[in-house]
Ligand binder design. Structure first.
Ligand SMILES: C[S@@+](CC[C@H](N)C(=O)[O-])C[C@H]1O[C@@H](n2cnc3c(N)ncnc32)[C@H](O)[C@@H]1O
Ligand code: SF4
Length: 361
């Protein structure tokens, strides 16, 4: 069983903080890109998928016809009889009833919507195209169409945002009763307008907002199952959880990463090049790395510790170097043993990078 990630590298406009691989949507280029994705999918044979994630970029910016062509091909090409979860990412400014009905007809059963903030002032600051009213309308229609699993993405620690502002955002988001909520601290990434403009964030304020979120969401029926993710019980993202469990998945599309037969790979991050390579039946994988035993254990720990409830099996710490580091963190009560699992002590997951970097081999 495998997961499939499909990358749609188009957006209506670049958000000022984002350095994910995406360019401005053009109908003609997107048509050719969908053709290439379909041809790429034909190179995979006899694959049963248990999860699919179509992300971006902005998958919902594709036209109804483009979405239908892509989903038809995925439905025909892969065995979906064991499919558990099929997620499609949406930006509310590009969603229509017609598109939602197509998604529903082709087995999409989970939507992930980028809201980022409920305050139009911050949406504008972030360079988002949608406003809160627009999100509300799309969310309601999606529920009416029959989507029972919806996730909302939010960003906190935006320059100028107070803890009170953040509390108000969470209060408003709670009313939607969404199944999953993903919270990301604003990070200032290179090659973004925010970086060029010298926008700064505060670690202290982000920490306060994070602590508030942990308590608030738990009090209101959400379980904190991954550092950045909360869900109603039973609605944890299956695809993403498998990723954190270090399971394998294949990748379609420019800039998409996959992991198969112990090899991590990345497809070329250039749309025209990707289309050209696919049309010439050439290899689109530009980066390949074999994951040897040492790296495998490190990745297992690094990814698995993100799963706060599940943690990592103790057998992955099975060398003297790891045992010493683990003992040190357990003595300092930063990590904790629960039976044969190792997990973060509540609160220490915020120091994820600092703690996990000690395990680098
Ligand atoms: C790459 S986006 C794709 C989803 C969709 N295009 C959208 O923006 O709503 C996935 C999520 O990553 C988060 N994100 C992207 N860049 C970020 C940054 N620099 N800091 C914090 N979160 C970020 C946003 O919350 C976004 O919803
Ligand atoms: S945050 Fe989403 S919508 Fe904005 S540029 Fe990045 S991928 Fe596109």
């Amino acid at each position: 069983m495998l997961g499939l990630y499909v990358h749609i590298p188009f957006c209506s406009k670049k958000c000022l903080y984002c350095n994910f691989f995406s360019v401005k949507y053009e109908q003609d280029l997107a048509d050719k890109y969908i053709d290439a994705l379909i041809k790429h999918s034909l190179t995979f044979k006899n694959i049963t998928l248990d999860s699919i994630y179509i992300g971006g970029g902005t998958p919902s910016i594709l036209s109804s016809k483009q979405i239908e062509r892509l989903l038809t091909s995925i439905n025909n090409r892969f065995d979906l009889s064991k499919l558990v979860e099929f997620t499609f990412e949406l930006n509310s400014d590009s969603v229509t009833l017609e598109k939602l009905n197509i998604l529903k007809n082709y087995k999409v059963n989970r939507l992930s919507i980028g809201l980022q903030s409920t305050d139009d002032k911050f949406l504008k600051f972030l360079g988002r195209v949608h406003n809160f009213k627009n999100f509300r309308a799309v969310y309601d229609i999606a529920r009416q169409v029959g989507f029972h699993n919806i996730s909302i993405d939010l960003i906190y620690g935006i320059a100028g945002q107070t803890v009170k502002d953040w509390e108000n955002t969470l209060l408003k988001v709670l009313k939607f009763d969404s199944d999953n909520i993903s919270l990301y601290p604003l990070s200032i990434e290179q090659d973004t307008i925010f970086y060029k403009n010298g926008i700064v964030t505060s670690d202290y304020i982000q920490r306060d907002m994070y602590d508030f979120s942990v308590d608030f969401l738990e009090r209101n029926g959400y379980e904190h199952y991954e550092i950045s993710n909360w869900a109603k019980r039973g609605n944890e993202s299956f695809h993403n959880t498998n990723y954190w469990r270090n399971f394998e998945y294949i990748a379609l599309g420019a800039g998409a990463s996959g992991y198969l037969n112990r090899i991590r790979y990345k497809n070329v991050s250039n749309i025209k090049k990707y289309i050209e390579l696919i049309n010439n039946k050439s290899n689109v994988k530009i980066e390949k790395e074999y994951i040897d035993e040492k790296l495998y254990s490190f990745e297992y720990i690094m990814l698995g510790l993100r799963l706060l409830k599940e943690g990592v099996h103790i057998k992955h710490f099975d060398n003297i170097h790891y045992q010493n580091i683990l003992e040190d963190f357990v003595n300092k009560k930063m990590l904790v043993k629960h039976g044969d699992r190792i997990k973060f002590t509540k609160g220490y997951e915020f120091l994820f990078n600092e703690i996990v970097s000690k395990f680098i081999v």
